[in-house]
Write a protein that binds this ligand. Structure first.
Ligand SMILES: [Zn+2]
Length: 329
């Protein structure tokens, strides 16, 4: 309990909280102290001091002082426990990834409880338990996330704003294998892949984040860009760790900037579908990348294949490697 309390206070420093509440303070001398008008009593000359290092406040006008919890209790007229609940929610609001992180962790715990989820991964050629953990793959059965997060003190309102719960009050993701989408190592979205008959793909509202696993992939002098997360999963499993994915053929401006942030070779391995859409997208992207000085190669799969189906139907790392070597510039 006291450890949680300390974590909460670290996550949400007093000074930051006050600033969010539109308190303005100026440095009081050289140290970590700030002074401004007291939010707890009416005054015209500043006597409210905040020590940013100690995370404490003291007012020489009304004599009140203490930590963040105490401040919230006084300013919002809440009990200690109510203040805690309120601050948990505030901190989740300030860190939009906090509630997504909890949701992702919950879904990961659920994966092993549902054989149908494991069977789906198996069908998509994803078998390595270490890889499943590394990609933080989870399973949303539907109907249990809301209860889980409400029990942790999060409000229904917050869960709805994060898109985890729909306007009708039900879990937004159900019967979906779930992958976290990150930006600068914060989870900004969840990607759900239906294992049933519902629409195949689904994101929560908001940004889809960086290129997948970009922090680890960006260091390679050449990278493979694929359309889908299951293409990436089988390629990583086969040892092609320099593979990334944009969740589709369309890159966001940020993702495009990432891919072209330094000289490198980009192998585009998009679906070779009958309507040619994957290859058209690859060509257009290659064109834009070349304009940024990036070397591009199009790795052509056998007709009708994407990297996932290529491996699922028996393709191996050596064969894929030769596709890369034969790739068209
Ligand atoms: Zn005061």
């Amino acid at each position: 309990m006291s450890e949680d309390l300390e974590q909460l206070k670290q996550r949400l420093p007093l000074l930051e909280y006050l600033r969010q509440q539109n308190w303005t303070g100026r440095p009081a001398g050289q140290g970590p102290e700030f002074v401004g008008l007291c939010p707890l009593h009416p005054e015209t000359r500043p006597s409210f001091y905040v020590n940013a290092r100690k995370n404490l406040f003291y007012c020489h006008g009304c004599g009140q002082g203490g930590d963040l919890i105490r401040f919230v209790g006084l300013s919002q007229h809440l009990s200690f426990r109510q203040s805690l609940t309120y601050l948990e929610q505030q901190s989740a609001l300030m860190e939009p990834d906090a509630v997504l992180r909890l949701a992702s962790a919950f879904y990961q715990q659920q994966l092993d409880r549902y054989p149908e989820a494991r069977q789906y991964l198996e069908r998509r050629g994803v078998r390595d338990p270490a890889l499943i953990r590394e990609l933080q793959i989870g399973y949303a059965a539907g109907g249990s996330l809301r209860r889980h997060l409400l029990a942790q003190g999060y409000s229904l309102d917050l869960l709805q704003r994060a898109g985890l719960v729909n306007p009708q009050g039900r879990d937004a993701l159900y019967q979906r294998v779930v992958f976290p989408c990150c930006q600068d190592s914060r989870i900004v979205n969840l990607y759900g892949r239906s294992i049933g008959t519902a629409r195949a793909h689904r994101f929560l509202p908001g940004s889809k984040g960086n290129l997948f696993a970009w922090e680890s992939v960006r260091q390679f002098p050449s990278v493979i860009l694929v359309e889908g997360i299951f293409d990436l999963a089988v390629l990583w499993q086969a040892g092609f760790r320099h593979t990334t994915c944009a969740f589709g053929t369309h890159l966001t401006p940020d993702q495009f900037r990432q891919l072209s942030d330094r000289p490198r070779t980009v192998y585009l391995s998009f679906d070779d579908d009958a309507n040619g859409r994957g290859q058209q997208a690859a060509q257009a992207l290659a064109h834009h990348l070349r304009a940024q000085g990036i070397t591009t190669r199009r790795a052509l799969l056998p007709l009708g294949h994407d990297p996932n189906s290529f491996f699922v139907q028996g393709g191996d790392a050596r064969q894929f490697q030769s596709l890369l070597e034969e790739a068209l510039s």
